[in-house]
Design a protein around this ligand. Structure first.
Ligand SMILES: O=C(O)C(=O)CO
Length: 322
């Protein structure tokens, strides 16, 4: 009997590739750069399963070509690059990688918050370029966490882990906004559920971990930034499209808010001509939330295991059920 065919859209580690090869015929894009769209469309026509990443748009055009596709497995927890309705209408099973990247992403969010609030990159640049002339009482001062109010928008696994990590920094209050109440988890962390408006008004640090969906797109707009404190720090490690980026640029230029730390933006990579790169009060990272070697290895392995189980009609380790 012929082995099922899998297309892998990126160069991945040998361990995950070999796992797939035990049961499947594997064809892979061999570069770390994204597979060109035309190449992807050409390759999906006869595959049973697809191993994809967040930069591969899985839409109607692709699905119409992938007539034999039974299993789709994304190496990500986010799935806004997948047209879920089109996928479900074709009865294609979907795997994803929640949980295993929670710690790495929470850790990076805290690192980005501290880098932004204590101006680490700006200060490092000053030290390297001769702007550091002498110690001065109010030079390079930032915003501290001690006694502050932290607001977390999206209190899922990642939001909760960020809350736990920030508690030892002696924050006074942790507020959260979430579609549903997370009473038990909130109690453990000492977090309070508040409205979006209250969170914006009260927080010294606003941290975004909410998933991108039609109802969350551009939820951080001019109105939202106007409600925030002029001393507030805005941190986004979810998806760039939850922010109206032009409104954020204005808020940073006009000092409506104090600073922003972004691991995600629109588009990615952010063009070098973006005004965000010209702002001293904005720290930009190239979408590295889950980027620890262990985490990324675990993500490729889980993506492969989802495919194997899905093709065998066994329970997938992490099926995306919507
Ligand atoms: O998993 C995701 O959704 C990412 O953004 C990359 O880890």
């Amino acid at each position: 009997m012929s082995r099922p065919k899998v297309y892998v859209t990126r160069k991945i580690n040998a361990e995950a590739l070999n796992l797939l090869k035990k049961d499947c015929e594997v064809i892979s894009w061999t570069e770390s750069s994204p597979v060109p769209r035309e190449e992807l469309l050409k390759n999906v026509s006869d595959v049973d399963a697809l191993f994809c990443v967040i930069t591969d748009k899985i839409d109607k055009e692709l699905l119409d070509k992938a007539k034999k596709l039974k299993v789709l497995s994304t190496m990500s927890v986010g799935y806004d690059h997948l047209e879920i309705d089109e996928i479900k209408s074709r009865n294609i099973k979907v795997g994803y990688t929640p949980n295993i990247l929670t710690d790495a992403t929470a850790e990076l969010t805290v690192a980005l918050l501290l880098a932004t609030s204590r101006r680490l990159l700006h200060a490092n640049h000053a030290a390297r370029t001769g702007d550091w002339t002498a110690w001065a009482p109010f030079w390079m001062c930032g915003q501290g966490l001690t006694g502050s109010t932290v607001g977390i928008v999206g209190f899922g696994r990642i939001g909760q882990e960020i809350g736990k990590r920030l508690k030892p920094f002696k924050v006074k209050r942790i507020l959260y906004q979430n579609r549903s109440a997370k009473d038990q988890q909130a109690q453990e962390i000492g977090a309070e559920r508040v409205s979006f408006d209250e969170l914006l008004k009260e927080s010294d640090f606003v941290i975004v971990t909410i998933a991108l969906a039609p109802e969350t797109a551009k939820m951080f707009n001019e109105d939202a930034f106007r409600k925030m404190k002029p001393t507030s720090v805005f941190i986004n490690t979810s998806r760039g499209d939850v922010v109206d980026q032009d409104a954020l640029i204005k808020a940073l230029q006009n000092k409506t808010i104090w600073a922003a730390g972004l691991d995600v933006m629109t588009p990615e990579p952010l063009p070098l001509s973006s005004p965000l790169f010209k702002l001293d009060n904005c720290v930009i990272l190239p979408h590295i939330g889950s980027a620890t070697t262990d985490t990324r290895e675990n993500m490729t392995l889980l993506t492969a295991k989802n495919i194997i189980a899905g093709l065998k009609n066994e329970k997938m380790p992490e099926e995306l059920v919507l």
